[in-house]
Design a protein around this ligand. Structure first.
Ligand SMILES: NC(=O)c1ccc[n+]([C@@H]2O[C@H](COP(=O)([O-])OP(=O)(O)OC[C@H]3O[C@@H](n4cnc5c(N)ncnc54)[C@H](O)[C@@H]3O)[C@@H](O)[C@H]2O)c1
Length: 261
């Protein structure tokens, strides 16, 4: 119970990685607010969390809309009296060749995955500063923000921006005892990956990942528990890649490691 008496906001927690993180933080004793565009999903998922006499909440938010984020934080202040942990996770996938990206699709991606993450992080950090008891902010970026993957121009640019934003937040918020880090998942088995990764993409990933498999949402959740807990108090401004070795791999060959055809 490393997170007893903590309140954690998980954006995009109705399903996938956000839901797995919500379950793991609840198991550690935190009270969870799942906030999602899909409010019905958020409520159903919040009701499924382990409950040690704390009521978890499922609320509506559109992270790209500052008014919606303000309403969410007002509601959390009223119902929970404050916030200790933010998992800044809501996002959309996307896979379009650079030459074919339409401006409106580029702008939608940036407005949710980068501007939306900024809007939520800033609003939560302001609240944490006012509370004067510090806090933990964990942004969920992506390996696509570190490597030039096919079709990832808009998605990768947004996630690279989020990784840099994490560093600046860490520098500026340390004085308020707000600990800021970033998790960069590799290829993780979720609905998003199922829609964004065609069979060729899947084959390429399985070759390029030394562990030869997609990760599980629970494997991201374990990293999020560490970064939410006091055990990570001197880890700051860091990007923790959880990717089966995808980022660091060099030449790989052998009987089970042939390039995909
Ligand atoms: N699955 C992967 O392979 C992978 C890899 C790297 C990074 N990520 C990142 O992890 C995060 C979660 O991904 P996932 O695979 O669980 O995705 P998912 O599509 O399964 O879940 C995303 C959730 O975010 C919500 N959401 C979308 N837009 C929103 C908005 N504007 N406001 C509020 N909620 C919104 C959706 O309703 C959904 O519940 C995303 O930021 C994604 O970019 C995923």
């Amino acid at each position: 119970m490393r997170l007893n008496n903590k309140v954690a906001l998980v954006t995009g927690g109705a399903r996938g990685i956000g839901f797995a993180i919500s379950k793991a933080l609840a198991r550690e004793g935190a009270r969870i607010v799942i906030a999602d565009l899909n409010v019905d999903g958020a409520k159903v998922s919040a009701a499924m969390l382990e409950n040690a006499s704390r009521e978890h909440l499922g609320l509506k938010v559109d992270v790209a809309d500052q008014g919606s984020v303000t309403e969410l934080l007002d509601e959390i202040a009223q119902q929970c009296g404050g916030l200790d942990i933010l998992i800044n996770n809501a996002g959309i996938g996307g896979n379009t060749p650079f030459l074919e990206i339409k401006l409106e699709d580029w702008q939608r991606m940036i407005s949710i995955n980068l501007t939306g993450a900024f809007i939520v992080a800033q609003a939560v950090a302001r609240q944490m500063v006012n509370q004067r008891r510090g806090g933990k902010i964990i942004n969920i970026a992506s390996l696509s923000g570190q490597r030039g993957g096919n079709g990832r121009a808009a998605y990768g640019a947004a996630k690279a921006g989020l990784e840099l934003l994490t560093k600046v937040m860490a520098v500026e918020l340390a004085q308020h005892k707000i600990n800021v880090n970033n998790i960069a998942p590799g290829a993780i088995e979720t609905e998003m990956a199922k829609t964004a990764h065609d069979p060729a993409t899947r084959k390429a990933y399985e070759y390029l990942i030394p562990m030869s498999r997609y990760g599980l949402p629970e494997e991201i959740a374990d990293a999020a528990v560490f970064l939410s807990s006091d055990e990570s108090r001197y880890v700051h401004g860091h990007t923790l890649n959880v990717d089966g070795g995808f980022r660091e791999a060099g030449l790989m060959f052998g009987p089970d490691k042939a390039p995909p055809r």
